[in-house]
Ligand binder design. Structure first.
Ligand code: ATP
Length: 246
């Protein structure tokens, strides 16, 4: 793993990139996941590489929703497993959520490695690898339609960080409340989810864990469309401040 000097002006961003590269070298991240990360990095620049006011409000709404859920599930892919395995385990504990591995670029071997890495981070149980528990959800052609009967299939609230738009829609069609992390406020996932946290999952997941641990979160009238539009205003303001649109 490349050692980035702390004095480097892009230290944080480059260190996150190294985590993804390590995840790829360890067999957790798909090649395509590296590209998806690049798209995320570009949008992180636009939001100013910090958690915006709107993202904080989305995190509080997500915490309240997860804490009041009957059967919450955290859906994990390779990028998320590489970036924040400990936070996933902490979030599962704080919200009594189950963890399920679900991959767009399906690979049984990669799935097993992700499960192993989550267990190493402290997860007791990780769903998504027992063929006897597999169930299909409708409206999807990708392998992501296969879910665990005791996990996503039975869930009322599903957290799907770094998701694709089709599955967000398919999950909603079968009555699930969908929460996502997506740095691109224009993606189909961001536009379709019930709660979109437009923040880098590496920053936002930590904040979500803290909000859930406080467990005092009161359900607010969160409106995702309004939040996305306010995120776009925050991006515009950030660009103006930096002189790009002066
Ligand atoms: P959609 O189908 O929803 O339009 P897409 O095709 O853009 O999505 P993918 O290629 O699956 O989606 O990419 C994943 C999404 O995750 C991208 O929108 C990207 O901006 C976002 N993303 C990537 N890395 C991160 C990260 N670290 N934190 C938050 N979001 C991220």
């Amino acid at each position: 793993m490349l050692k980035i000097p702390k004095s480097h002006p892009r230290f944080v961003s480059l260190s996150i990139r190294e985590k993804i590269v390590k995840g790829y070298n360890d067999g957790l991240v798909a090649k395509e996941g590296l590209l998806a990360h690049g798209r995320g990095e570009a949008f992180d620049y636009l939001v100013g590489e910090k958690t915006t006011r709107t993202a904080k409000a989305a995190i509080n709404a997500a915490a309240a929703t997860l804490l009041s859920a009957q059967s919450p599930v955290i859906s994990v892919n390779g990028n998320v497993a590489a970036l924040c395995p400990k936070e996933i385990v902490q979030l599962a504990k704080a919200t009594k959520a189950k963890i399920e591995v679900n991959l767009f670029y399906y690979d049984e071997n990669r799935k097993k490695k992700i499960v192993k890495s989550l267990k190493k981070a402290g997860a007791k149980q990780v769903l998504g690898t027992n063929p006897r528990s597999y169930r299909r959800i409708g409206g999807l052609d990708s392998p992501r339609r296969i879910v665990d009967k005791d996990g996503i299939f039975a869930a009322d609230v599903v957290l799907v960080p770094l998701e694709d738009g089709d599955r967000t829609e398919a999950l909603q069609k079968i009555g699930k409340t969908v929460i996502t992390f997506d740095l691109n406020p224009l993606s189909r996932t961001a536009q379709t989810a019930d709660i979109t946290i437009v923040d880098n999952v590496i920053r936002g997941m930590r904040l979500l864990v803290s909000a859930c641990k406080k467990s005092k979160t009161v359900k607010t009238n969160f409106n995702n469309k309004r939040a996305l539009s306010s995120t776009i205003s925050e991006i515009k303001n950030n660009l103006k401040r930096r002189g790009s649109l002066a």
